[in-house]
Design a protein around this ligand. Structure first.
Ligand code: ADP
Length: 429
């Protein structure tokens, strides 16, 4: 097992400094505040009696320069410059200012060396390792440069520079470790919460799947009985019984459709929806779907028309394709007033087959078109509300079409009908 970089010991070092934009902005605001406090406190502290060398004039100038810098950096430079590189640059500039302050006090022999530590700490807490290495190296370089410039014994100055560098490395090491530990702990906590939410979501999908699956069997049996009674005994029934049975039949169809939709949805959400792609000829599939919807359409005096004679083959799952088509055509029938017309047409469009389902029904408004393919969405107007539906059909159709490698869409004007279309990759092109 490798010790780097996934090992538990080292992971905090690599994990810290992964701040998002919002946190960066907050850190920047904090850095601005900190700079102002440092400038003001610095000026006050300079008034204390020190028994060491201090070039006060130069330090006043540097203090003022830091103030001007803070004003330009935090207030005048546009926010689009925010980011890691900007933060590193800002810290390198501060470090350079500190170098002047250190040089104008007692150099490596003075106390103000600790200012470097503060600047490096800010880098350690917010930036990735490579930036920390850059900032730390820069500070160590400045400390050694100062050792050469500070008056007094050269050996003593170099020894002090080594001591400061060692202390700096220790601070970097421990600060990075602690910040990393805290960040990792927070990340783990978030993962646990996410995991819990996911488990609840999975349970809900599983629950919907099991219930729909269990209800499907009795629903199919009831439908079978009603069909049998209607076909065998309808002649011997009085009008009332026959009407009741027909209504029961319609409701049983709706129940089956709803259960099928719920089963599809739970499979889509679980990611277990299986698609069996084969080469399919579109014309016979369209004819078959139109034939199954014919009775329904006739009962509403809607004519179903299949347009075009050209044979087009596509790559698709035949059953899923029928499901999509059935949904679009039955919507065309549902949302078209009596006496209207629904047309299905296939076209070749480059390497795709395009299937269009048009009607001259109630149409759909522009705002509503944006939401049509969302789960449970139903347009809210009197005409739609008069029709029974769950708002699941188009959501499922979109998922299925996309799974088969195509796209789905709609063109419509209120009151003038709608054309739903979807594409499928063509088999021969
Ligand atoms: P459902 O028809 O069960 O409500 P769908 O997902 O199939 O669910 O359709 C969602 C909504 O899209 C419908 O409630 C209806 O408002 C609108 N819609 C779908 N097809 C048509 C159409 N051909 N003409 C007008 N509106 C339609």
């Amino acid at each position: 097992m490798s010790l780097l970089p996934n090992s538990d010991i080292f992971s905090p070092f690599f994990y810290a400094g992964q701040l998002d934009k919002e946190k960066f902005r907050r850190f920047e605001r904090l850095a601005e505040l900190f700079t102002w406090i440092a400038v003001i406190l610095g000026l006050l502290i300079l008034q204390l009696p020190f028994a060491v060398y201090l070039n006060k004039q130069v330090i006043y100038i540097i203090d003022a320069a830091i103030g001007v810098y803070a004003l330009i950096w935090y207030r005048l430079i546009p926010k689009r410059f925010s980011g890691r590189l900007k933060m590193l640059l800002s810290n390198l500039i501060i470090i350079t200012f500190i170098a002047f302050i250190v040089h104008n006090t007692s150099g490596v022999q003075g106390y103000l060396i600790f200012l470097y530590f503060l600047a490096v700490l800010s880098v350690v807490m917010t930036l990735p390792l490579i930036y920390i290495a850059a900032a730390t190296s820069y500070v160590i370089f400045l400390i050694f440069l100062e050792a050469c410039l500070t008056v007094g014994s050269f050996e003593t100055n170099i020894s002090l520079a080594v001591l400061h560098s060692w202390a700096l490395l220790l601070v970097v090491f421990f600060a990075r470790f602690n910040v990393g530990q805290a960040s990792l702990a927070k990340k783990r906590e978030e993962e646990i919460i996410l995991g819990r939410e996911k488990t609840v979501g999975d349970l809900k999908d599983e629950f919907v799947y099991i219930i729909s699956h269990e209800l499907k069997q009795p629903a199919t049996a009831i439908k079978g009985y009603i069909d049998t009674i209607l076909s065998k005994y309808s002649g011997s029934m009085n009008v009332n019984t026959s009407e009741i049975l027909n209504l029961t039949n319609i409701n049983s169809d709706r129940l089956s459709k709803l259960l099928d939709d719920l089963l599809d949805i739970s499979q889509i959400e679980k990611g277990s929806l299986r698609i069996n792609m084969t080469d399919v000829s579109l014309k016979p599939i369209i004819s078959e779907v139109l034939a199954t919807l014919l009775l329904d359409a006739q009962s509403r005096r809607i004519s179903l028309v299949q347009k075009g004679t050209e044979e087009v083959a596509a790559k698709a799952d035949a059953d899923r394709l029928k499901e999509v088509l059935t949904n679009l055509v039955s919507n065309a029938v549902k949302y078209t007033p009596e006496g209207g017309k629904a047309t299905v047409e296939v076209k070749k469009e480059g390497s795709f087959a395009k299937i269009l389902v048009s009607d001259n029904g109630i149409g759909i408004g522009e705002e509503e078109q944006k939401h049509l393919f969302e789960k449970f969405y139903r347009a809210s107007n009197e005409k739609t509300e008069a029709v029974k539906g769950s708002g699941l059909g188009l959501f499922i159709a979109k998922q299925l079409v996309e799974k088969m490698g195509g796209e789905i869409g709609v063109i419509s004007t209120v009151g003038q009908g709608a054309t739903f279309y979807f594409t499928l990759p063509r088999y021969r092109w």
